[in-house]
Ligand binder design. Structure first.
Ligand code: MSP
Length: 648
């Protein structure tokens, strides 16, 4: 960790409706800020909105309101979403604020006085959508190289920033500062761009064409180009020109988080502007990839945006934050689909993390009434679990410096999975049955200890849920607010475990209505004739790899109770024990087994099957059976075996 951490997000166009692309950058910034604060590192997190420019002016005109009123009304969408998402920004900057406008004007005047800005005629191609001018050679098939839309030729007098004179300096700077633009391939992309001669940057717009902007202090017929205005937020937001003490405390920024779409503005325009102003460079500009739906970038103009509010409704704020960060490896693009969201939620959070917590809490309360026992002598299994946790802590800490938080999260989840495997291997339920209290205490302690440390690692990502988890472990009173404190936590022995409802209730996917509704008789028959029997559906010669096979988790389960499903003569509703967990399963075996015959059997189930509703009843898994014509026999275990044991 360093002396201070100052992180920024891009300032979002106030006109837009926030979507998961915006949410991603902001949550990433928030997790970094929370993590650095947890190391007691002075931290400043800045986000905000970009409120000038043609699009805002046009939208306001369309609504018949003045642009500032339009901004005041639309900025709320971002502010409310950030509040909902638990974003802990230290300041929210709006480029229409008086202080920001004053600083932009001051910088422009200073640069003009020092001949860094000059006036000249300019002919260019303008893209209204992107609010950018392009030269003839920038265009792709005569269209905007960024969005592919039509561009208009415009000749006018304008003011220019002498960006070209910094070209060689910038190349040298990038080459000698490997952390300046990350990931490294983005630095190469910028260097590639800098192979062509760099033009000066047009930083004004005549008011006759655009009035909604910051007026040039040396020519009232012009306003400032929106990007030149917007980039300055990173310094005006921390007191540049207004509060020297504050500014000196935070600048240079530790990290500007951006999407890859705004790499050039941040890695070429901004550094050269800073150089001309006379300020040091930010330490890192980190460009993440895009969220795609299908194969296209999510954007308002393409109409394929995912509204974060819908996802939050579905699974809660923390699960949404988790998904965004776990799913995207930040250098690359990621694809958003609701199925992927639900699959990850159910497997990582409901199955792995939620189950580990409920198992540990149930077993401990059953064994000791709640107090986490002190561990005894440690063996190789204990060591393996402890190693997985130590490695998760190391990887998480490293990922804070590389900005690849998905790696830290993945390591934390690996430790959770190691915890579940540990329980299965050590079988504390059997130790309890056999009265082996010494070993039982060790196992319960170590599983709770692993959970506690993982919860602290994941707390910046899921602050609410991890606080709940730590409270269930009785660790909330232990003053552990981050990785740094974990190093001083010798043991969780003595904490008092609470009972808990599932921390991440499974998301049940309703079968599509068409599949649920009984088909008309004739159609049903036709379907029955066409559809091969289930056992014939996979051709005999399909070969699966061992890895493919092991994606299916087969486990032993004990049938605790069974009843017929009303109105469905083929179905039994079973309550089954899978280790320390109780599940409900609906099976089409009622014509072959009575409830009394099936209760008490140790059967084999597919434990990680996506839950489904059958006749409106949730089924959490599938049992295995062999069917031959009119006969069906359950797959059972040959001999005595506890439930919850993995088969493979
Ligand atoms: N206003 C400018 C930024 C000025 S910063 C000085 C802008 N705004 S924006 O609202 O269009 O987009 C800002 C950022 O939102 C992107 O760079 C990126 O960080 C994020 N995203 C917007 N769409 C995105 C995706 N589909 N996927 C991931 N992030 C993207 O550009």
């Amino acid at each position: 960790m360093s002396e201070k951490f100052y992180v920024t997000t891009p300032i979002y166009y106030v006109n837009d409706r926030p979507h998961i692309g915006h949410a991603y950058t902001t949550v990433l910034g928030d997790v970094l800020a929370r993590s650095h604060r947890s190391f007691s590192e002075p931290t400043f997190f800045l986000t905000g909105t970009d409120e000038h420019g043609q699009k805002v002016q046009q939208a306001a005109e369309k609504r018949g309101v003045d642009p500032l009123t339009h901004c005041d009304e639309t900025v709320v969408r971002f502010q409310e979403l950030w509040q909902k998402l638990g974003i802990t920004n230290d300041y929210f900057i709006r480029t229409t604020q008086e202080n920001h406008k004053k600083i932009v004007a001051k910088i422009m005047q200073d640069l003009y006085d020092r001949d860094e800005i000059y006036k000249a005629d300019y002919t260019g191609w303008y893209c209204v959508g992107c609010e950018r001018f392009f030269t003839e050679k920038d265009l792709v098939d005569g269209k905007c190289p960024d969005c592919g839309r039509d561009v208009n030729a415009i000749t006018e007098s304008n003011y220019f920033f002498r960006m070209s004179k910094y070209q060689q300096w910038l190349i040298d700077y990038i080459q000698t500062h490997p952390d300046f633009i990350l990931p490294a391939f983005r630095a190469n992309e910028t260097l590639g761009f800098l192979k062509k001669p760099l033009a000066d940057l047009c930083i004004s717009r005549p008011k006759s064409r655009l009035s909604w902007g910051i007026e040039l202090p040396f020519d009232p017929d012009y306003v400032c180009y929106v990007w030149f205005d917007a980039l300055i937020n990173y310094i005006s937001g921390v007191g540049y020109g207004s509060d020297d003490e504050k500014f000196n405390a935070w600048w240079p920024a530790s990290c500007h988080l951006i999407g890859k779409d705004i790499l050039t503005t941040h890695s070429v325009y901004w550094p050269t502007m800073l150089k001309a102003i006379g300020l040091p460079m930010p330490k890192t500009i980190f460009a993440h990839g895009w969220w795609l739906t299908g194969n296209s970038k999510m954007s308002k103009s393409l109409g394929n945006v995912v509204n974060p509010m819908d996802m939050i409704e579905r699974a809660g704020v923390d699960a949404f934050r988790y998904f965004l960060l776990a799913e995207m490896s930040p250098g690359n693009d990621a694809n958003f689909s609701e199925d992927a969201f639900i699959a990850r939620y159910n497997s990582d959070l409901a199955n792995d993390l939620g189950n580990l917590l409920s198992r540990v809490s149930k077993l401990t309360i059953r064994a000791t009434g709640g107090e986490i026992p002190a561990p005894g002598e440690l063996n190789a299994d204990d060591k393996e679990l402890a190693d997985a946790v130590v490695s998760a802590i190391e990887i998480m800490e490293a990922s804070l410096n590389t900005y690849k938080l998905d790696q830290g999260i993945n390591a934390a989840l690996n430790a959770v999975r190691a915890g579940n495997r540990y329980l299965e291997k050590c079988a504390p339920w059997t130790l309890a049955k056999n009265g082996d209290t010494a070993r039982l205490n060790t196992v319960l302690h170590n599983a709770a200890d692993a959970l506690c440390r993982v919860a602290v690692l994941l707390a910046p990502v899921m602050p609410g849920k991890m606080a709940e988890l730590l409270a269930v472990l009785g660790a909330d009173k232990a003053n552990i607010s981050g990785i740094a404190d974990l190093k001083n936590l010798s043991s969780v022995a003595g904490f008092t475990m609470q009972e808990t409802a599932p921390l991440f209730p499974r998301i049940i996917v309703e079968e599509p209505a068409a599949e649920k509704a009984p088909a008309p008789k004739a159609e049903k028959k036709a379907k029955a004739e066409k559809t091969p029997a289930k056992t014939d559906a996979v051709p005999e010669n399909v070969v699966v790899t061992i890895d493919e096979f092991f994606k299916t988790q087969l486990k032993t389960a004990k049938v605790l109770s069974a009843e017929k499903v009303e109105g469905a003569d083929k179905l039994l509703k079973l309550s089954i024990e899978v280790g320390s967990e109780t599940r409900q399963l609906v099976a089409g075996v009622a014509q072959f087994y009575t409830p009394a015959e099936i209760v008490g059997k140790t059967i084999v189930i597919v434990a990680n099957l996506k839950p489904a509703k059958i006749r409106g009843i949730e089924s959490q898994g599938m049992l295995l059976a062999a069917k031959n014509g009119d006969t069906l026999k359950l797959v059972t275990i040959d001999g005595d075996m506890p439930s919850g044991i993995s088969i493979g």
